[in-house]
Design a protein around this ligand. Structure first.
Ligand SMILES: *Cc1c(COP(=O)(O)O)cnc(C)c1O
Length: 405
């Protein structure tokens, strides 16, 4: 797998900061961002980093410094983004099923808001009328994405206002004189096929004439990245060409140029992240050799949660003979990271590195089994910086209210 941090750099970092450890490479985030910007250089595009993938404020600050905007999934993410220096105009809040109070809070901060239900849109209209421009998330009824659990645009998905309810949407807009500034779709994650985006665009272009104050179309995120040797990624250049063609042949009915928004999460940070673990135990049973590492789905839940593949390497024995291992964790629950995986012979104490660990890795970690969350390190200009301390025992008790019996 092509990687931007060397094995020896990863070993040094693990020796310095201990394991389990998340390591992110700033310049890799930047090069991914630049691939997007360059591909779309002929279109009027804004990229909002979908920060739920990884919200460490140093990563947010770095992403801001390279020029990206940010997409948030909770008002707390909005506040983190503001803490990291993003201005409200560069923050988009794509809400889903949230209370109207939270929408009001986001509005009080002045950020862009995407609303995904008729119910909240009606409340929004009653309170703000035309005074607060807003965008709406639609459900285009398209099946897309690498796994059902990460598909969000199909006709059974909870996300967005189903496109067949656009009549009710338009009625609401008229009734409350809403300022609909944008239409949004996000159909899933790990969408390799460019046509999926084009299908979404087609669905949106059918209804754009119903909204006469549109300024942008938001096509969401979900670009696929490679997870293993030979894996394909979304062809961003092809996407840029096709999207530009589609927009050129569907001018905004109100004659204003339509800006294009995207919300890449994984694409920006997945490959920039490495999760380094240490092997606690080697156990031979029947035909299987287990390598148990000092982690589990409490730290990296993606394989157990949605069958994701993470390439794993034994960076402590790179020349060693290949053998098959089941890589598992150390929590009291089945927490397999990989089955029958070819690894250079593994010994207790070796470092196993999980690739593509930048997106939805640390961010989905928990304290299950009362274990500490890992530390995080950001490598920038070749220098590793600790950006989150490893938890310690007091962290487990922090918010507990202790009674004495
Ligand atoms: C999660 C999410 C994204 C990012 O998805 P990736 O697959 O990480 O690119 C973008 N937009 C919305 C609304 C999301 O919920």
């Amino acid at each position: 797998m092509p990687q931007s941090l060397s094995h020896s750099a990863l070993i040094d970092i693990a020796n310095t900061f201990g394991t389990p450890l998340y390591v992110y490479h700033a310049e890799k985030i930047k090069s991914q961002y630049e691939k997007l910007v360059n591909a779309f250089s002929n279109s009027d595009v804004v990229f909002f980093y979908a920060c739920k993938a990884l919200t460490n404020v140093n990563v947010l600050r770095y992403v801001r410094s390279i020029g990206a905007s940010v997409d948030c999934s909770s008002v707390n993410e909005v506040k983190l983004a503001m803490h990291a220096g993003f201005t409200p105009t560069n923050i988009l809040y794509t809400s889903n099923g949230i209370s109207f109070e939270e929408i009001e809070e986001a509005a009080s901060l002045g950020v862009n808001i995407n609303i995904d239900s008729l119910s909240n849109l009606e409340k929004f209209g009653r309170k703000y009328g035309h005074s607060y421009p807003v965008s709406v998330r639609l459900r285009p009824n398209i099946m897309a994405g690498g796994h059902l659990k990460i598909s969000t645009g199909h006709d059974k998905s909870k996300f967005g206002i189903p496109v067949e309810q656009v009549g009710d949407l338009v009625t609401l807009v008229k009734e409350h004189n809403l300022f609909i500034r944008g239409l949004h779709i996000h159909t899933g994650s790990e969408i390799k096929d460019v046509d999926v985006f084009l299908k979404g665009i087609e669905v949106l272009f059918e209804i754009t004439p119903m909204f006469n104050e549109l300024e942008f179309i938001d096509l969401g995120g979900g670009f696929k990245v490679p997870y293993k040797e030979g894996d394909e990624e979304t062809d961003i250049n092809l996407l840029a060409t096709k999207v530009a063609e589609a927009f050129a042949s569907h001018p905004n009915p109100n004659n204003r140029p339509l800006q294009i928004w995207f919300e890449p999460g994984k694409y920006l940070v997945s490959q920039a992240g490495y999760f380094i673990t240490k092997v606690n135990v080697i156990k031979q049973t029947g035909s299987t050799i287990f390598a148990s590492v000092n982690s589990g789905f409490n730290h990296l839940i993606r394989p157990m949660f949605y069958d994701s593949y993470h390439h794993i390497e034994n960076i402590s024995n790179l020349g060693g003979a290949l053998k098959k291992y089941s890589v598992v964790g150390n929590i009291c629950e089945t927490d397999s990271f990989a089955w029958d995986r070819n690894l250079n012979e593994v010994s207790e104490g070796d470092y196993l590195v999980f690739y593509n660990a930048g997106a939805y890795g640390f961010e989905m970690s928990s304290n299950y089994n009362s274990r500490f969350k890992p530390a995080e390190v950001l490598v920038k200009d070749g220098v590793p910086h600790l950006i989150r301390q490893r938890e310690e025992f007091n962290d487990l008790l922090r918010n507990q209210v202790e009674l004495s019996f």
